[in-house]
Design a protein around this ligand. Sequence first.
Ligand SMILES: NC(=O)c1ccc[n+]([C@@H]2O[C@H](COP(=O)([O-])OP(=O)(O)OC[C@H]3O[C@@H](n4cnc5c(N)ncnc54)[C@H](OP(=O)(O)O)[C@@H]3O)[C@@H](O)[C@H]2O)c1
Length: 320
Amino acid sequence: MRAVVVADGQVSVEDRRDPVPGPGELLVRVRAAGLNGADMMQLRGFYPPPPGFPTDIPGLELAGEVVGLGEGANRFGLGARVMSLVGGAAQAELAVVDERVAMPVPTSLGWVAAGGFPEVFITAHDALVSQCDLRSGERLLVTGAAGGVGTAAVQIGVALGGRVVASVRDPALRPAVAELGAEPIDPADSEDHGPYDVVLELVGGDAVPANVRALSGGGRMAVIGVGAGARVELDLLALMSRRARVMGSMLRNRSTAEKALASRRVAEQLLPLVGAGGLRVLVAAAIDLESAAAAYARFQAGGKLGKVVLTIGGTTATGS
Ligand SMILES: NC(=O)c1ccc[n+]([C@@H]2O[C@H](COP(=O)([O-])OP(=O)(O)OC[C@H]3O[C@@H](n4cnc5c(N)ncnc54)[C@H](OP(=O)(O)O)[C@@H]3O)[C@@H](O)[C@H]2O)c1
């Protein structure tokens, strides 16, 4: 099979041996695979995949057709359209997926959108619903809201009845984020637009203390991304006086059982909304596997609305 390979800071596409599904696993002919910040870290030599996954084939999410079944796998039949989180090695023509983590692809979702769905929608849903217990009518701040997780979180927040404020540093992207139902703001103004019942912190760095101060009484903050810096000064009195909570979370290092649970919650609560056209995967660029280096460069350039997705096995950029 052809696979993206990251080594010594370089992205290439090489021939690799086909993977073989183990017990309870599906062999999937991958049709699209989303890029994520984790892939960029893996390229730089950080954030290795969990044990059992190749260290040099990146990719945390994919969509494709089931073409083989490991021993005992019976949740999906041959030919089923699935999308899933994986521990790694999604960016290849073939991949193995734990059947417990896989989700069916709604008929309304094309391959490109499906390949960019699992990581960002599961991350955003887990943070907003499972951790922060966002309720209808509550005010939500999503930082870094034009990116993959951000555009998913804004839509989930709106679907749950939240009043969503979206901080977006590129003014050119704010109208598109507003169309998702959020009030777009400059990140520098986030404290002025508070208080917030929930803050989804996707950026980290210097803006975090102001976002903590902007929490309401009983407010919750989930820290999911720290691209702008992982060390900040925290005013504990600000937390105490607000009875606020700051939580952190990572998806990749969770057990398969925990990923399966997070995925099942999304399948139950979000896939019906996807089917009804209420949730969309925003795709900034869909790029063929053989041009993976260009796809990585597009992700790293920033200034995008939503996801960068690799198209694989004849999938067109429009997703068919
Ligand atoms: N904990 C987990 O399990 C988990 C899961 C998924 C993702 N993540 C992390 O969550 C973060 C968001 O993921 P993603 O997929 O949405 O990434 P993404 O698509 O690259 O989006 C990141 C967004 O943050 C903005 N941003 C970056 N630095 C900023 C700064 N200093 N000030 C204001 N805005 C800034 C970007 O704006 P520009 O385009 O202008 O740069 C972009 O809109 C990443 O750090 C990722 O690694 C964590």
